[in-house]
Design a binder for this molecule. Sequence first.
Ligand code: GLY
Ligand code: MN
Ligand code: MN
Length: 476
Amino acid sequence: MSSTGDAETTQLAPEAGEIPTNSTVNRRQGFGDGFLSTISTGWADRPEILPEPREQAAFTARRRAAVSAAFPGKRLVVPAGPYRVRSNDTDYPFRAHSAFAHLTGWASDAVPDSVLVFEPREAGGHDITLHFRERADRTTAEFYADPSIGEFWIGPRPALAGVAADLGLATAHIDAFQGSDADLVVDQDADLTRFVSELRLRKDEYEIAQLQLAVDVTADGFDDIVANLAGIVEHPRGERVVEGVFHRRARSDGNGEGYDTIAASGPHACYLHWTRNDGAVAPGDLILIDAGVEVDSLYTADITRTIPVNGRFSEVQRRVYEAVRQAADAALAAARPGAKFSELNAAAWRVIAHRIEEWGFLPVSAEASLDPATGHHHRRWMVHGTSHHLGLDVHDCAQARRELYAGGTLEPGMVFTIEPGLYFQIDDLTVPAEYRGIGVRIEDDILMTADGPVNLSAAIPRTADEVEAWVARLNP
Ligand code: GLY
Ligand code: MN
Ligand code: MN
């Protein structure tokens, strides 16, 4: 239901005989006096029990201090964002803006339309206040007549004092917030948007633990898929069953998926953004599954595995798979503190270009193909890059400056993917017929430490032999 809390929804339903002015309330019944005179009374008191600050409160305070120090004298506004309409009066599930979650620690439980406000102090620094729509008391029409935000309808909502204690932040009602043209607002002001994105390039201890949790739940979701392969093969839209099996794990053990699952069997694996997921999953095919659980703190994993549906790679499938695996290993070997982010990509493409040269259908030499200005013929079969930052967003830190991202250097605390692939589309006449319709990607989530990279997703089977053993183990 639409949850904008606007006048139309917060006012009482129309009185008997009154003609509603908005078609979304035409179906509602008016309230009789008996209901109106009794609905606000007879409720038990709710004692306000203040929680201890949540685990991330110490970390978010440091992040806010960094933002405050970078913008002296400026009033800063970080919105959580509103509900977004899916259709008519039905919204998409609310998901707070990542910058808001990062700076408040309010994540899957955040209230829509909240704003974090940095009010500059005369003496320097900022007073920082989280404004949100506090629950309305039971004497208000909002309580009993607003199906989108009234507690009678949607269940308990937080109070100012509880949220303040929970997040370690001053709180105030959203009605006490007034924007001004001079405010710097995230997603409107380029400098602030860039700063809060770059602030997420290096993850703190809390974030790393949450990313490991997201990866671990995702690993369980992949196990669920492999264990259900028999039922997946039976269904005419087996790809949807894959999506559904993963969704069950994502919702039961996390907040949901961090992005739409790609469940791409056979030739569909060659379409990088195959999210239609309406195909069959046939024995003899490879199925490429790119899926990540977003946990309640909103950190997400981003994992891809490519699995032989009948449990065994064919000779040519294995050849392609192991080439991709070697490309991933080469990128991982290139990952060290101080290495350029772009070196990961270069290492993976080097393997890919050389393997295709060996297979005899690269139209130039591998070295010629690796020339960024005159070559890149191999990218017909791996068009995407090898790595991106990962965190609250699947493509995290997207507003960071190029010199800190694509042109940047790997530092301890960074978390990023390594995800080479090879995709030979079914109608690609430039490759031998035996390769056509094979698509493979292997994607792992990597933490950089002072001692080198740690593969957070190493527990999910990776080599061709490991993947075959995995299918066999879960399908006895
Ligand atoms: N799942 C999106 C990506 O791999 O970047
Ligand atoms: Mn990715
Ligand atoms: Mn992915």
